[in-house]
Design a protein around this ligand. Structure first.
Ligand SMILES: *[C@@H]1O[C@H](CO)[C@@H](O)[C@H](O)[C@H]1NC(C)=O
Ligand SMILES: *[C@@H]1O[C@H](CO)[C@@H](O)[C@H](O)[C@H]1NC(C)=O
Ligand SMILES: *[C@@H]1O[C@H](CO)[C@@H](O)[C@H](O)[C@H]1NC(C)=O
Length: 375
């Protein structure tokens, strides 16, 4: 049972990698000794025969680039990372706005863009206050007195990566906007996931809860369901000519997992849990209405979702990040606005959801039946 749990949870699973690496390193140490000796010899030879500062310069640059390579990575990732320029320290940060999902998006975008442009990323206190209670993040924080004294160059970014963002000038840049798209940081996914590692006490609490939910099931698959309600219920139709997820969407998404897995368990969190209880059929005994829906301290609900194997999200960055961290299959609501919606100027479906995630188109008929809102 404990073994099963460990396999399920990517966070608990991750440290095992480092243990294996350490053991491997130990076993390899005698080989390393010989190789080191060899390298020393080669190095001495090069110093004697190639005492050219240019040549040494190239070697050193390669060494620097190698040190920032992600530990695991595809070829494409490695190439991207090699673009990292070293321009000196500077201070880059990101404006803090919105709640957890937005804060995570801003963090990851800052992390990736600062790295790509060769500057150091710092957090503002507010970003830190959102993220640090939940994750073991490593970026330094700028004191608020210092924030007020730095002559910031504000750089607004739209919510998808573009070529210009590889060449942002300035030692003191504050990224602004609501960036969250994977297109900014997916090439350094491992580093971003490392930053978003949950504190141990959170992992323990969640594992305990999910263990209880599992009960005596032998072959359970956890599916986290995030149903974004709250302000979106009004904002989507009134401001964005869009909809939020309805009952039929959730049924389709849940049936997908019911057909695919032997014993799916749906863990539902929402900032509108009453609506969920009225609209999600729990009669099969595989649905658990969980979490507390508290928007000001969303860590617990978020951790619960992210520890599931797969995610059903609806709209919003909170569900997006749960899917990104869970790392299994993610089902999302797509085409949830009318084609003429202003929302589409800020939000591109293909930049918002990973290509391998599965989109279920929204039913827009409620929007078409309504008289057009007065503007
Ligand atoms: C930073 O975010 C806050 C909160 O959303 C907003 O009021 C402010 O205008 C933003 N600052 C900049 C420079 O974009
Ligand atoms: C567990 O369930 C999966 C599908 O959810 C199935 O492929 C697998 O064979 C099952 N394993 C056992 C031991 O029943
Ligand atoms: C969303 O709408 C676009 C344009 O109307 C269409 O091409 C696309 O297939 C739709 N996506 C899905 C998943 O139905």
């Amino acid at each position: 049972m404990i073994h099963d749990l460990q396999q399920l949870f990517f966070v608990t699973g991750r440290p095992q990698i480092s243990v294996t690496r350490k053991e491997a390193a130990f076993r390899m140490s005698w080989k390393a000794y010989i190789v080191g000796f060899f390298l020393l010899g080669i190095f001495s030879l090069s110093v004697i025969f190639q005492f050219s500062s240019k040549w040494i310069g190239v070697g050193r640059k390669e060494l620097l680039d190698a040190s920032v390579m992600p530990s695991k990575g595809l070829k494409r990732e490695a190439t991207e990372t090699c673009k990292t320029k070293k321009k000196g320290k500077g201070i880059w940060t990101v404006n803090s706005s919105g709640r957890l999902g937005n804060q995570m998006g801003q963090f990851a975008t800052l992390y990736a863009l600062a790295k790509l442009n060769g500057y150091e990323a710092y957090l503002q206190q507010e970003t830190f206050n959102w993220l640090a209670p939940i994750f073991k993040i490593s970026l330094p924080v700028i004191h608020k007195d210092v924030v007020g004294k730095i002559p910031w160059k504000y750089h607004w970014v739209h919510d998808w990566m573009s070529k210009d963002y590889e060449q942002i000038e300035g030692k003191h840049v504050m990224i602004t906007g609501y960036p969250c798209s994977w297109t900014f940081y997916h090439h350094i996914r491992e580093e971003i996931l490392q930053e978003f590692t949950f504190h141990d006490f959170i992992k323990d609490e969640v594992n305990k809860y999910l263990g209880q939910v599992r009960g005596t099931r032998k072959n359970a698959t956890f599916v986290g369901v995030h149903v974004r309600r709250g302000d979106y219920v009004h904002v989507m139709p009134n401001t964005w000519k869009g909809v939020v997820a309805d009952k039929a969407y959730l049924e389709k998404a849940m049936d997908y997992f019911r057909n695919k897995y032997q014993e799916p368990i749906f863990v539902v969190t929402s900032n509108g849990i009453q609506w969920c209880k009225e609209n999600i059929d729990a009669s099969r005994g595989d649905v658990y209405f969980s979490g507390d829906g508290v928007e000001s301290s969303p860590g617990k609900d978020f951790a619960l979702l992210a520890h599931c194997n797969h995610i059903i999200m609806t709209v919003g960055t909170f569900g997006y990040w749960a899917g990104y961290l869970a790392g299994g299959e993610t089902i999302y609501l797509t085409n949830f606005t009318l084609p003429e919606s202003e929302f589409l100027k800020l939000f591109h479906y293909d930049a918002a959801f990973l290509p391998e995630w599965k989109g279920i188109p929204a039913d827009l008929s409620p929007l078409l039946q309504q008289p057009k809102p007065q503007s």
